[in-house]
Design a protein around this ligand. Structure first.
Ligand SMILES: [Zn+2]
Length: 338
């Protein structure tokens, strides 16, 4: 099926995160070949995706887990650089353990960011081991610890490539600010609870004044990938709504999977999640988004329109509707006066 997947076109190196059978498995097979414990990677993957940080930082952690972050010691092992000393202290080699946990630069920052319990003291631990020990750490503390690692990596890069160093006090402020920004964003986007109206709503229900309800649905001539098509139709509906510059939105679909996934805001590694990622991104242009699930009988306009519109063709009707669905539109309009 030629459904274009993600409209964001993630970079090549990001693709593993969004494809069910893509690079993640290729990578896993590679790691397996090296004798790595796949279960461990899978667990690390789950831990990372539960973390309350932006995707870029999750990706960074995953690179640390899979030993693909370009630390100097790794580059030297591949004969890409000759020296591998720590850019901050010059007293030790730049390993994951030294850079993030042992160096005089990073050591005190764990305490300053009030996540000292996360600091690893054993140089033989991999990040997978370290993350296991983090499971008992409270979410917000863990969030700061992870943002601290990200801040350290950014500062390390600034030092290596531009010779710049940022004072620790500023790094601490940065960590707290990032955590706060993420939490504000998450509260706005992810905390919208799904409403299951399937059992009670026999008819489509008009939204409150000032709120626009967008109903979406997909119809496939052949079985399979229904949820992907449903998710694509949701993204299209959100795009349409943003084009009309509406503010408060109820996004309604009869796909329970889509609503459940998108309202939790957890993005895993399937094709479906790639599209739901688009939906979440698209939803940031509204001041308020409410994800709503309804039964098919309450989504009749979208459902019948989907049946009558060939896939891939884009048609927009404004202030009138195609005859195939006009009776359903009329039914919905009647509920507006109730
Ligand atoms: Zn150092």
């Amino acid at each position: 099926m030629a459904i274009p997947l993600s409209s964001r076109e993630p970079k090549d190196e990001m693709m593993w995160a969004y494809s069910k059978y893509g690079n993640y498995l290729v990578r896993s097979a590679y790691l397996l070949g090296k004798g790595a414990n796949l279960d461990e990677f899978h667990e690390a993957w789950v831990d990372i995706w539960k973390m309350e940080v932006i995707p870029k930082v999750k990706h960074f952690l995953w690179r640390l887990c899979t030993a693909t972050l370009p630390l100097k010691t790794r580059l030297r092992a591949r004969h890409l650089v000759e020296e591998a000393s720590c850019p901050w202290c010059g007293q030790a080699e730049e390993t994951m353990f030294h850079l993030f946990f042992e160096c005089v630069k990073s050591r005190t920052l764990w305490v300053d960011c009030e996540c000292g319990a996360m600091r690893c003291a054993d140089s033989s631990n991999t990040l997978c081991d370290i993350m296991k020990s983090w499971r008992k750490i409270e979410g917000k503390v863990k969030q700061r610890g992870v943002y601290l690692m990200w801040a350290l990596w950014a500062d390390r890069n600034a030092k290596v490539f531009e010779g710049k160093t940022t004072p620790n006090t500023i790094l601490v402020d940065r960590v707290y600010r990032w955590a706060e920004e993420y939490n504000r964003y998450a509260a706005r986007i992810y905390a919208k609870k799904a409403v299951n109206g399937a059992r009670c709503n026999k008819f489509w229900k008009a939204p409150a004044a000032g709120v626009i309800k967008i109903n979406s649905d997909a119809s496939l001539a052949v079985e399979g990938m229904v949820e992907i098509a449903e998710a694509k139709s949701l993204v299209f509906a959100l795009e349409m709504a943003s084009r009309f510059e509406v503010n408060k939105v109820i996004a309604e679909t009869d796909s329970l999977t889509v609503v459940n996934r998108v309202s939790r805001g957890v993005i895993h590694l399937t094709k479906l999640d790639s599209i739901l990622g688009d939906a979440l991104e698209q939803s940031t242009c509204f001041s308020h988004v409410h994800w709503s699930h309804v039964g098919r009988q309450s989504n009749t306009v979208a459902h019948n329109l989907a049946k009558h519109t060939p896939f891939g063709s884009q048609q927009v009707w404004v202030n009138h509707s195609p005859p195939e669905v006009s009776s359903y539109v009329l039914m919905d309009m009647l509920t507006m006066n109730e």
